[in-house]
Design a protein around this ligand. Structure first.
Ligand SMILES: *[C@@H]1O[C@H](CO)[C@@H](O)[C@H](O)[C@H]1NC(C)=O
Length: 217
């Protein structure tokens, strides 16, 4: 009796084991980081971010502001959507090297003019080796501080595996109009594409694994 029970347990164990190993084998495998063609490198980028409110075509819109009494220009819960130009110099007419697309949320209930926002955005670049590549920023931004720091939480293209941080420093703010120019200094670790992004090793990822079950369907 005990023996039969033991055998049942054993066979359940083996079936489970076989099943999990088959299933797991079909959707992941370990690969060695040595297979990366490029080595991780550290890049510093500096450019200028412009919020253009008084333009013919403003670079941001405020989404349906919450109906609360507040002396804050952006009451708690406000959301702003941006598509801001990034330029090589502090002058908005200088060369455009990319754009910032995303949102920010007013995230403090404290009254007053010193905004605390949470920003989430994608920085897309148009130039040189970074053309078409993006960086993702998500972090807290207390506007009153001369320099704010936000994390870089990822990237695409030449910025795959990106990690790093942004230092944002306001260089020109028109408090009446709301227009602002902010210097961005970014320090980021990433794996650059060796040639053009289409030849990167990871593009083979989807057909990288041979699948013993799917191949037979
Ligand atoms: C960036 O890439 C786009 C699309 O691939 C291309 O049309 C454009 O000429 C490139 N720009 C530069 C400056 O290389």
């Amino acid at each position: 009796m005990a023996m039969a029970k033991f055998q049942t347990c054993l066979s359940i164990f083996f079936v489970t084991f076989l099943f999990t190993s088959l299933v797991s084998a079909t959707f992941y495998q370990n690969i060695s980081p040595d297979q990366l063609r490029s080595r991780e490198k550290l890049t510093h980028l500096r450019f200028y971010f412009h919020e253009l409110i008084t333009n013919e075509k403003p670079s941001l819109i405020i989404i349906d502001p919450p109906k609360v009494m507040s002396n804050s220009p952006l009451p708690f819960g406000s959301m702003v959507v941006i598509e801001d130009p990034l330029t090589i110099g502090p002058d908005v007419e200088s060369k455009r090297i990319g754009k910032a697309q995303g949102f920010y949320l007013s995230a403090t209930q404290r009254a007053g003019l010193d905004l605390e926002i949470v920003m989430g955005m994608t920085l897309t670049f148009f130039e040189g080796e970074f053309n078409g590549s993006t960086l993702c920023v998500l972090g807290r931004n207390e506007i009153i501080n001369p320099v704010r720091e936000m994390p870089i939480i990822g990237g695409t293209g030449a910025f795959r595996f990106a990690r790093g941080f942004v230092l944002a420093r306001s260089v020109k703010v028109d408090y009446h109009k709301g227009d602002a120019t902010v210097e961005y200094n970014i320090y980021v670790y990433h794996y650059p594409s060796t040639t053009s992004s289409s030849h990167h090793h990871f593009n083979e990822g989807l057909h990288f694994m041979s699948d013993p079950i799917l191949n037979k369907i």
